[in-house]
Design a protein around this ligand. Structure first.
Ligand SMILES: Cc1cc2nc3c(=O)[nH]c(=O)nc-3n(C[C@H](O)[C@H](O)[C@H](O)COP(=O)(O)O)c2cc1C
Length: 424
C-alpha cells in the first residue's frame, strides 16, 4: 500500500536545493577506505546538550551529534492555536547553534500532519541539517500513544510519517532521516519497514538492532544491520554496543554499514571516537582483521595523556552542569528553585554521578572506586559537587586505564553493581 501511495504522491520540486550537510561526501569517506562518519547517539536524560557540548569542546572526534527527540502530540486540543502551538513544540529544546556544527533535529510522534508541520518549522526556521523520525523509543508511555517503536508494527505508518517529514523539509535542503529498532515484538517486519522508510524519502537510516521487547538487554543483533545494508539503496548507519575500535571495525566488516553511531560507549570512554578514527584510518577495515592499527593501544597517547584528556572532558562537563540553568526545562527549574541551594547541589552531584557511573564501570582500575564516589552526598556527608569533581578527576588522573570492552546497561545500572564492582 505504501508503495502505491509513494508513486502517487511524489511531488519533489524540479531542482531540489543542495543538502545543508554534505552527507554524500561523508559517507563516501568510508567507501574510499577512510573512516566512515561517526555519530554521537541521542540519549535522552544522559546525552543531553551538556554532554554533547562538553564532548565537542574537549575531546571531540565525532562527525555529528544527534539530539534526543522532541515529542509531537497525537492530537491538538480543540480550539488550540495550532500554528503557534506547533511552532513552540517544534522549536522547544532544539538549538541549532548549540555546537559549532548543528546537530540533527529529531521528532517523535505518530500524527503525519503534525509531524509535517513541525518538520517544516525546523527546516525553515533553523539550520537543522536533517529531521530524524524516532522509531525506536521503547517506553510504554510513548508506545501507548502509537509513537516511537510502535510505528514499527505497520510499515504503512512508517511510510506515512517519514513522507510527512519529507514534505515538511521540501525545498529547504534539510533532509528527512529515520532511526529505528529491528521491530516491535520481533524483527519480522524489518525489511518492510526499511523499504517503507526509503520510499517515504529517508536520505539514510540508523538501525539499533534490538526489538522494542528487548529494550537494552542482550547483545545488539548486527545481522539485522547487514540485512538493512542489503535491502536498501540509501546509506545505513549501524548502531548498538560499539564500545571500542575493535568493535567498530567488526561492525563495519560484518555489516558493510556506511557509518557508525555510538551512545553509551562514548560515556564509558569519551575518547572512543578518536580511537575509532585512528584505527579505521590506519588499517584497511574492509579486510576485517587487524590492519596497520588493530588495537586500542595504537591510539597514540600514553595512559597519562589519555587520563588528562578525560579529565579535560570531565571539567568541561562539570562547567556545563555548574553554569547550566538555561538548559533546564522550566518545570525542573521551578522544582529546583523550590528546594533551594541544597536541591541545586544535589542536582549537580546527580548529573556528575550519572557520567561517573559509566566512566568508572568501563574501566577496570576505576570501578573499585565507584561506590565511594556514588556515596558522595551534599546532605548526608556535606560534599559539594565541586569537591566530588576534584575527587573524580584525581582518581582518573592516577588510575585511568584503557577501558575494558564491557557495555553498561543504563536501565539496570543499580542492579549491575555490587560493592562498587560491575556485574556483567
Ligand atoms: C539513556 C538513553 C536514552 C536514549 N534516548 C534516545 C533518544 O532520545 N532518541 C533515540 O533515538 N534513541 C535514544 N536512545 C537509544 C540510543 O540512541 C542508541 O540507539 C542505543 O543506546 C544503542 O546504542 P549504544 O549501544 O551505542 O548505546 C537512548 C539510549 C539510552 C541508553
Amino acid at each position: 500500500m505504501w508503495a502505491a501511495t509513494a508513486a502517487a504522491s511524489a511531488s519533489s520540486p524540479a531542482v531540489p536545493p543542495p543538502p545543508r550537510r554534505d552527507y554524500a561526501s561523508l559517507f563516501a569517506r568510508g567507501k574510499n577506505g577512510g573512516c566512515p562518519p561517526l555519530f554521537l547517539a541521542p540519549m535522552e536524560g544522559l546525552g543531553d546538550a551538556r554532554l554533547r557540548r562538553s564532548l565537542s569542546l574537549s575531546v571531540g572526534g565525532f562527525d555529528e551529534a544527534c539530539r534526543e527527540f522532541t515529542r509531537v502530540p497525537g492530537t491538538l486540543s480543540q480550539g488550540a492555536k495550532a500554528e503557534k502551538l506547533l511552532r513552540g513544540i517544534a522549536l522547544n529544546g532544539y538549538d541549532a547553534e548549540e555546537l559549532s556544527r548543528p546537530a540533527n533535529a529529531s521528532l517523535m510522534g505518530s500524527n503525519p500532519d503534525l509531524l509535517e508541520h513541525c518538520a517544516r518549522v525546523l527546516a525553515r526556521e533553523t539550520r537543522a541539517p536533517r529531521v530524524d523520525l524516532n522509531c525506536g523509543c521503547p517506553a510504554n508511555v510513548v508506545t501507548g500513544k502509537g509513537a516511537g517503536s510502535s510505528l514499527l508494527r505497520d510499515p504503512n505508518d512508517v511510510y506515512a510519517c517519514v513522507s510527512a517529514i519529507r514534505r515538511g523539509c521540501e525545498g529547504t535542503g534539510c533532509v528527512p532521516t529515520l532511526k529505528l529498532r529491528s521491530g516491535y515484538d520481533d524483527d519480522s517486519l524489518l525489511r518492510e519497514n526499511l523499504l517503507a522508510a526509503q520510499e517515504g524519502g529517508a536520505a539514510f537510516v540508523t538501525l539499533h538492532p534490538r526489538t522494542r521487547r528487548q529494550g537494552y538487554s542482550g547483545r545488539a543483533n548486527w545481522k539485522d544491520i547487514a540485512i538493512a545494508v542489503e535491502t536498501l539503496d540509501v546509506p545505513v548507519i549501524g548502531n548498538g554496543d560499539v564500545t571500542s575500535p575493535e568493535r567498530a571495525r567488526a561492525l563495519l566488516f560484518e555489516t558493510g554499514c556506511a557509518g557508525i553511531m555510538v551512545g553509551r560507549g562514548a560515556v564509558q570512554d569519551p575518547l572512543v571516537f578518536r580511537r575509532i578514527k585512528a584505527e579505521l584510518r590506519a588499517g584497511d577495515w574492509s579486510e576485517g582483521g587487524g590492519g596497520a592499527a588493530s588495537s586500542s593501544s595504537s591510539f597514540g597517547l600514553t595512559p597519562a595523556e589519555e587520563a588528562s584528556e578525560v579529565v579535560r572532558f570531565l571539567r568541561a562537563f562539570a562547567a556545563e552542569v555548574f553554569a547550566d540553568d538555561l538548559l533546564i526545562s522550566p518545570r525542573k527549574r521551578r522544582r529546583k528553585l523550590k528546594g533551594g541551594a541544597a536541591a541545586e547541589e544535589q542536582f549537580k552531584l546527580g548529573k556528575l554521578k550519572q557520567i561517573v557511573k559509566y566512566l568508572f564501570a568501563g574501566n577496570a582500575s576505576l570501578s573499585p572506586h565507584l561506590s565511594r564516589v556514588l556515596s558522595c552526598d551534599s546532605i548526608d556527608n556535606g560534599i559539594t559537587a565541586r569537591e566530588m569533581l576534584d575527587v573524580v578527576c584525581d582518581l582518573v588522573a592516577t588510575s585511568w586505564d584503557t577501558p575494558t570492552d564491557v557495555l553498561v546497561d543504563a536501565f539496570s545500572m543499580r542492579t549491575s553493581y555490587e560493592g562498587g564492582r560491575l556485574l556483567v
